[in-house]
Design a protein around this ligand. Structure first.
Ligand SMILES: Cc1cc2nc3c(=O)[nH]c(=O)nc-3n(C[C@H](O)[C@H](O)[C@H](O)COP(=O)(O)OP(=O)(O)OC[C@H]3O[C@@H](n4cnc5c(N)ncnc54)[C@H](O)[C@@H]3O)c2cc1C
Length: 433
């Protein structure tokens, strides 16, 4: 097993940098158990794609990059068993080769499956739940090093507590997931007047398998993405992919956000121009994971909250007013997505269909003001924060009343980890323990 001593962990966005005494990369369940038994404090880290300080620890960090195999593929039952360190992109590639696919995906696939499950990572589509909803069963190594097999039918309470687990119940080791036959997505992307889209939101959301929006504030139009699941053959051209997804979306976009960092007043102008380049609709059919995933964005900061979909229209109107009247220039896309409600105790979609609103900023001199401004807005509308993204002014009292099963989760946490072996500053802050 590889052990790095005196390791400096830096997350994807570069806003979290932390020194840890031991950084372990085990290759077997036995090695995971040994690490757990030999240390007082441990945090697991996937690929460090969280903006929050959720995965850091001083004593031991455990990374499962070398515990990343597909162990079983059952074509008949459409399920697979994997080691928890496998990345979503590895799953996309390996499943595609055998005619299978993940049920839904977010914007990128760099994350580990365990990291995505643990924070409630999600894609978009009002009939589709968070990525962790694909879990059928899993093994979890608790604070004593004991291995538990947790299955929805036999241990429903623990199962529903452990899907969005924030890494504080133990180490997810082997995970059995539902998959589906490989499918394509028919993509219809176009910029439309934002007010019209908000007024007809239900039509867009309910009549599209996977609907999401990108807003380049303060543009009057919003970019709408409508993805329908299809078995029609793919027809996207390699030239379009290179020009739009590599040259424009990566090279040119990075240059524009960098310029707007130095001359913030230009952001509004760039945003309006970029939005108008989407007035001509894009129609294409492509493999599901290639449509769900977008080109890797430049390093930036994010907060994202889930609100009750029942209030979506009001919230969207107030949110667009908030950003337009805030006096800040937003030098990055703002994202709006939708997911189906679920039963996972700490899921931001617990018992309600959700509209997710993300506020994203490239290196921003005003991020320290934008973040609390949006958090206050989100709390006013009873939002629940994405656990892997940033929130700094939201405390335990708010979270406790936002999550009906908060106290029940703490009881399960106590039973798996009575001495807080898997807790860190983030966990202690939100649970005040
Ligand atoms: C560019 C970018 C795009 C993103 N797009 C989306 C998106 O579209 N949708 C979305 O919802 N989120 C998105 N995210 C957020 C991201 O999906 C989550 O933060 C996710 O948790 C990161 O996965 P990771 O493997 O990097 O986990 P990490 O950030 O390393 O860890 C996250 C949590 O998982 C725990 N964990 C990791 N491994 C284990 C294990 N084996 N057992 C128990 N706990 C474990 C950690 O302790 C920690 O609590 C994005 C992030 C970035 C940087």
């Amino acid at each position: 097993m590889q052990v790095k001593k005196g390791y400096t962990f830096v997350n994807w966005a570069g806003n979290i940098r932390h020194e840890v005494k031991n950084y372990f990369q085990p290759e077997t369940v036995e090695e995971i158990v040994d690490i757990v038994r030999q240390h007082q404090h441990i945090r697991m880290v996937g690929t460090g794609h969280s903006w929050s300080d959720i995965c850091v620890d001083d004593e031991a960090m455990v990374n499962l990059d070398k515990f990343n195999k597909i162990l079983e593929i059952d074509h008949e039952r459409l399920q697979i068993k994997v080691q928890a360190g496998i990345k979503l992109w590895e799953l996309n590639e390996q499943l595609d080769k055998v005619g299978l696919a993940l049920l839904n995906l977010g914007s990128i696939a760099r994350q580990s499956i365990a990291g995505a499950i643990s924070t409630g990572t999600h894609g978009s589509g009002i009939d589709y739940q968070i990525i962790g909803s694909a879990v059928i069963s899993f093994t979890l190594v608790d604070a004593n090093g004991d291995i538990h097999l947790i299955d929805k039918e036999q241990k429903p309470d623990i199962f529903h507590a452990a899907i969005v687990n924030l890494g504080c119940l133990g180490v997810l080791a082997e995970i059995t997931l539902k998959v589906t036959k490989a499918f394509n997505l028919k993509d219809h992307t176009v910029a439309l007047p934002m007010d019209d889209v908000i007024d007809n939101l239900d039509d867009f959301v309910q009549n599209t398998d996977h609907f999401k929006m990108w807003w380049l504030a303060p543009a009057k139009d919003i970019i709408t993405y409508r993805y329908q699941r299809t078995q029609e053959p793919t027809n996207d051209s390699a030239l379009r992919q290179w020009f739009k997804d590599v040259f424009l979306s990566v090279t040119i976009y990075r240059f524009l956000v960098w310029v707007a960092k130095w001359i913030p007043g230009l952001a509004d102008f760039f945003n309006t121009i970029l939005t108008s380049s989407y007035k001509k609709a894009l129609h294409r059919v492509e493999k599901s994971f290639k449509v769900f995933n977008v080109p890797e964005p430049p390093l930036h900061r994010e907060t994202e909250w889930a609100f009750d979909f029942k209030n979506a229209t009001t919230i969207l109107k107030e949110y667009s007013k908030l950003l337009k009247e805030s006096g800040f220039h937003y030098n990055f896309i703002q994202e709006i997505r939708f997911t189906k409600g679920d039963d996972f105790w700490l899921s931001p979609c617990y018992h309600r269909d959700a509209i997710w609103i993300g506020v994203y900023c490239y290196e921003h001199e005003h991020w320290d003001k934008v973040l609390p401004m949006f958090e206050a807005f989100a709390r006013k509308h009873q939002g629940r924060p994405h656990w892997g993204k940033e929130f700094i002014t939201t405390d335990r009292d708010y979270l406790q009343q936002a999550y009906e099963k908060w106290d029940d989760f703490i009881q399960i946490k106590q039973s798996f980890d009575p001495n807080g072996k898997f807790s860190n500053a983030f966990i202690n802050r939100i649970f005040s323990c």
